[in-house]
Structure formats: structure tokens, C-alpha cells
Design a protein around this ligand. Sequence first.
Ligand SMILES: [Zn+2]
Length: 370
Amino acid sequence: MPVTEAAWRPRLRDSVIVQTDGGTLLFLCLADRTVKRFACDPFVKDVVRLLDGTRSIGEIGALARGDDPEAEQRVAEVVQILAEERLLSRTRDPERDFRLLGEERAGFYDRQLRLFQDFCDEGLAPETSGVGLQRRVDGATAAVCGVGGIGGWVALALAVAGVGRIRLCDFDRVERSNLTRQVVFRVGDVGAPKVEAAAARLREANPYVEVETFDRRIGGAGDLEDVVAGADVVVGAADLPTPNDVAGWVSEACWPRVPHIMGTGYAYHIGVLGTSIVPGRTACWACVRAETFADHGRDGMETVVGKREKAGAMGALCGLVGNILAWEALRLIAGLPPALGGRWSEVDFWPLEIRSRAVPRRPGCPTCGT
Ligand SMILES: [Zn+2]
């Protein structure tokens, strides 16, 4: 809203605290730890104290310097600068906005709504209100292919965030050896279809989401047609017969309509983060494979001792990978820019470092080339 708008009731962002050493006003944004400094005078300090969304520019001017005919203009100037520096909220009363979801939902999603509001205030989101982002999440459909060590964490995070319809696809049954890392299963679920046990847990975690199950082995892109149809995002986190086979089928089923995120691997202390494939914006799966296939110089070699059937893994590390993928899925659903698209990222949990490199669209790629 322009500063000249008489109805505007400017309000400082909730993530911003303001301190002064007398000569300088420091605006510390807790959302990203940035600090912005301005010369301080008593008038500006008074104005900043009054930016709580309840007063117009004129009212702030009258309170800050009652007898000064220039006060309103000076307030407008201060507010203009703070707005340009993204220190003001884009809504005057966020809690009133949140209640548009209904009291119960507003209470359930309260902290997430505050985060979403801050994305809006920072100008990162395509909305001005956190409620707008929550409605995007509520209205979205996400599919998770493979509900195991990675997919289970993804599905749970999407459910508690409120993704309206979640589709789960897996053919497996819960085993005791799953329980150290597959967060949605309990001892009592052993022997049950993974999709059914996971769906029950998701519904317990958030009663506002619908869960659909596909108790099915994935053997090609055709097996995923109904799973991905109309979805806003798909996470491919199945590892049989191999993670790369499933990733290829997920990508084939999704291209060119549905953004998809690959959960292609976590074992021992290395996790692969994505990549995300957003048709029209990022490299396709074939380009990602072309870029990464020659890693470690193994191309064309004869295997003497192959990969073991079972790799070491633990729940804490599965959770870190899965929740990063879920964060990426929520970004795509909410209309925020992807973080894992067009690059290949691996996290090494031993030194706790992320290694990342760009994966461009190959110019001549028949799928994504420009
Ligand atoms: Zn391509």
C-alpha cells in the first residue's frame, strides 16, 4: 500500500527488533539475522515505537510531535524508507487475518502462519498475507512415491504443514528393521502395508488433511499415472529396484506438467538433496543424469564387488534429508522459489557440510533444452 494511502496503518515486521545506542537505530531482522542501521533522532525513535498497525500516518505524526505542522510529512518519509528496506509488515493485523481460516485452524497453524507472514513481509512470496500461503498449502495435492526412510519423513512434514491431499505410494510391508529410521511406523504396524500404517499416522498428526493410498509396486512410469495426475508436487523417494530407476520413472510420469523432487539417496553419512525438477525452469532428469553419471570416474567399468543389499542408516539422518526435501516441496506448493532446482547437492553429515554444484540444461536436450 502506498504511504500516501490514508487508511494505511503501518506496522513493523514481527521478526524485527529495534535497538539504539543513542546515535544510531539498529533494526535487527531475526528472520535472516540482517542488521540495518539508521541515524537516530528522538522523533524517529518515537515514530518507530508507534508502528504497531493501529494508527494512521497522521495519528502517528500527532502523537510523535503534536505541534509540528511538518510531523505528518516526516512520518511519511520515515515509513517510506522502512517500507523500502522491507522492515514493515504487509498486513496491519496478522492475527485477524489468520482467523479467516477459522479459529481452530488458525490455532493449529499459528506458528507456521507467522513464518508464512514473514515470507510475505520480506517480499519472498507471491502473496501479502501468510493466510494466502496457508491456503495454497491447504489446496494442494502432493504425492510421495516410496514411504520409507526418506518418504515417511517427507509425508509427515507435509501432513503437519497442512498439505490438503497427500497420496502415498508403496508396495512394501512394515518390518521391525524399519523402525529405527522410518518415523511414521510403530512396533504395532509390523506386517501392515506401509501406505496404510503411514496414512493412519498422518491422519492422527493433522485431522485437516486427506490421505490417499496406492499399495503398489512401481515398475515403470505407467504405474504412477494416477498417483501424479493433477498433483502440485511429487517426491520420488522409492529405492527399488534402484533409486535412479524410480527417479527416471517418476520424472517420466511427471514431465512436463508436475514439479518433482528426487529423494535419490541416503546411506551411511551421505544424503542427496534433490534435485528438484521444475518443468520450464530447471534441468530435466536426463540432464541431471548426464551431469552426474560420470561421478567418481566409474563410467564403463566392470564391477568386481558390487553394492551391498543393505546400507547403514539411522533415523536422525533420514529425518534431516527427508525434511529438507519436504521444505523444498512446501516451497514449490506455496509459490516460493525452489532451492534445490538446477543443482546437485549432497550433504556429508560427518563434517556436516553441503557440497553443491550447478546442473545446467544441456542446450541440445530434447526434453528441457531451450
Ligand atoms: Zn534436459
